[in-house]
Design a protein around this ligand. Structure first.
Ligand code: ZN
Length: 269
């Protein structure tokens, strides 16, 4: 059967499969709205293993190692709403505009992904409709509600990065990632540097751009929200102790951000 419109595109996930959107503390009272685009590494049953061995599907090209544990703990420390995406970014990258080649990568780092080669437009649309759209529609819906209800909202997009990429070691422990927001990232940088024991990346190891990112440009900048990405180096959060330490550190730092940027303004209302 030839399908000629997105409305007719069948869904990729079977009814019994885990939905893409994971949420924690949906009724949380914190101004921070936490997102986690690369939270999980599930693959829809219909796609098998994408033609990759398990050793590739557990490393950083498939997901952001360690960030799920940090994000959940941070959500609980702050009483903040976390919206995360459970399927591997090798299936569809939820932090890429769907029109760019790296949205469904044929090559990630130096690994060719056989299951992503030669996809038909319908196969591409199925991935978008089944995984990308539900996640971003949920984020948009939550932001709509918060803005309508006058709830202070700061978007923090949580990621982790591999200590060595394409043979090059990265010195940073943590980085802030941003583009147009001039309020939150400088304060975050100051607070991270003030910790005294961190090598801090300023838009390192990545900078946000409209071509290489989706969550911050679309849900942060276009909605007028204060926003920043936070990237943590994966070897620091490779076990539960590391996840716990970083969640506690981020909770302390974000509490200071809230006290500095949000509460003084609210007190003048
Ligand atoms: Zn990521």
């Amino acid at each position: 059967m030839v399908l000629d419109s997105a409305a007719d595109t069948p869904l990729l996930l079977e009814a019994a499969e885990v939905p893409p959107v994971f949420e924690e503390n949906a009724a949380g009272r914190s101004p921070f709205l936490l997102t986690c685009d690369h939270y999980g590494r599930l693959i829809p049953r219909a796609l098998g293993d994408l033609g990759l061995p398990a050793s590739e599907l557990t490393r950083h090209i498939a997901w952001d190692i360690g960030i799920a544990g940090v994000a959940e703990r941070l959500s609980n420390h702050l009483d903040a709403h976390l919206i995360a995406q459970r399927y591997s970014r090798l299936v569809i990258d939820c932090n890429r505009p769907p029109c760019v080649a790296s949205s469904i990568p044929v090559v990630s780092e130096a690994t060719t992904v056989p299951g992503n080669e030669g996809l038909t437009p319908t196969a591409v649309e199925m991935r978008r409709k089944s995984i990308f759209d539900p996640y971003h529609c949920r984020l948009a819906e939550v932001i709509d509600r918060r803005l309508r209800d006058g709830i202070a909202t700061v978007l923090v997009s949580l990621h982790s990065f591999t200590p060595v990429y394409a043979g090059v070691a990265r010195p940073w422990h943590v980085g802030t990632l941003y583009h147009r927001d001039s309020r939150l990232p400088p304060l975050l940088l100051k607070l991270f540097r003030g910790e005294g024991d961190l090598v801090v990346g300023d838009n390192e190891p990545y900078a946000v751009s409209d071509q290489t990112d989706y969550t911050i440009p679309i849900h942060g900048e276009a909605r007028g929200l204060m926003n920043s990405g936070i990237e943590i180096r994966q070897d620091l959060i490779a076990d539960q102790a590391g996840e716990r330490q970083w969640a506690e550190r981020l909770a302390r730092i974000l509490a200071e951000v809230e006290a500095t940027l949000i509460k003084p303004r609210a007190s003048h209302l």
